[in-house]
Design a protein around this ligand. Structure first.
Ligand SMILES: Nc1ncnc2c1ncn2[C@@H]1O[C@H](COP(=O)(O)OP(=O)(O)OP(=O)(O)O)[C@@H](O)[C@H]1O
Ligand SMILES: [Mg+2]
Length: 270
């Protein structure tokens, strides 16, 4: 289904992602972990074609994703919808309009200019919000919602595109534990019920273990682990994070101490 072969991104002399290679042969929920700067975001951005790869290949259903241009590239980008740590909603716009923006790339400029949404789409948006437990907030401005609710609006917007893959870049890093759980459960349910692939960069090990079928660990741009949560032992995790023996399972990448003691915080707080 999805095949990455030596996918590489260089920023000048810096190898942000170094020959990333893996294959998904069925829809799964995949977690990507690793300390700050390991290359997690760059990997997702290359997959979505937000960033051009320097080298390597990315195939989906036998198609060469990296060579897509124009309308085909945009079609790919809606097939692998992206959600972000900071939600990226339009704060002053109401929730349902934010969700409807997930259909923008298949609407005419005219309809977009005048904010004309087909009523079928409006109904679908409300249904998706309902499924995520936030339909009652549909008329409110996005900025009036809690972080967990806003992230569910962002998921709803992604679902409007009916994507095959959802790419989530640290979807819960700005949320308290309660909201983090609600959002992760929503992503898990979308995977299980709809058969969509979810690929999420996660900043805690226990979240990756708990929700994902498979986990990839990155260190210095390279994939250094690819296996099941059960194979992700404390020793392996310590290695991925380059942490010392004080490393604990509950640690976030924010807290993990560098063995050299150079970086107290590995992950700048949002
Ligand atoms: N636009 C850019 N220009 C130059 N260097 C970049 C750019 N984006 C990322 N990098 C570099 O690429 C490397 C990987 O960064 P990336 O953001 O992918 O890491 P990450 O694993 O997502 O980290 P974090 O956990 O902090 O989000 C880092 O060394 C970073 O400084
Ligand atoms: Mg990142």
């Amino acid at each position: 289904m999805l095949v990455l072969e030596s996918l590489t991104k260089r920023f000048g002399a810096n190898l942000a992602v170094d020959r990333a290679t893996f294959k998904l042969d069925r829809p799964i929920m995949l977690g990507i972990i690793g300390r700050s700067g390991a290359g997690k975001s760059t990997l997702l951005r290359m997959m979505n074609r937000l960033t051009d790869a320097s080298d390597g290949s990315l195939m989906f259903g036998g198609r060469d994703v990296l060579s897509l241009k124009g309308a085909e590239k945009r079609a790919w980008q809606s097939q692998c919808a992206m959600i972000f740590q900071q939600f990226n909603l339009v704060p002053r716009m109401d929730v349902v309009s934010n969700v409807l923006h997930g259909t923008l790339n298949r609407r005419s400029t005219f309809a977009t200019l005048f904010n004309l949404f087909p009523s079928d789409d409006i109904h679908r948006a409300i249904d998706i919000l309902d499924r995520l437990g936030i339909a009652q907030h549909a008329p409110k401005r996005a900025e009036a919602l809690s972080g967990g609710q806003q992230q569910r609006v962002a998921i709803a917007r992604a679902l409007m595109q009916d994507p095959k893959i959802i790419l989530a870049d640290e979807p819960i890093a700005s949320l308290d534990p309660m909201n983090a759980q609600v959002v992760m459960e929503a992503l898990r349910r979308i995977h299980e019920e709809d058969g969509r692939t979810v690929i999420a960069n996660l900043h805690t090990l226990d979240t990756a273990r708990r929700y994902c079928d498979r986990v990839i660990g990155m260190r210095d741009g390279r994939i250094v682990f690819d296996g099941t949560p059960a194979q992700l032992t404390t020793g392996v995790a310590r290695d991925i994070y380059g942490a010392d023996e004080t490393f604990s399972e509950e640690a976030t990448s924010t807290e993990i101490r560098d063995p050299q003691g150079a970086a107290g915080r590995m992950h700048a707080p949002a």
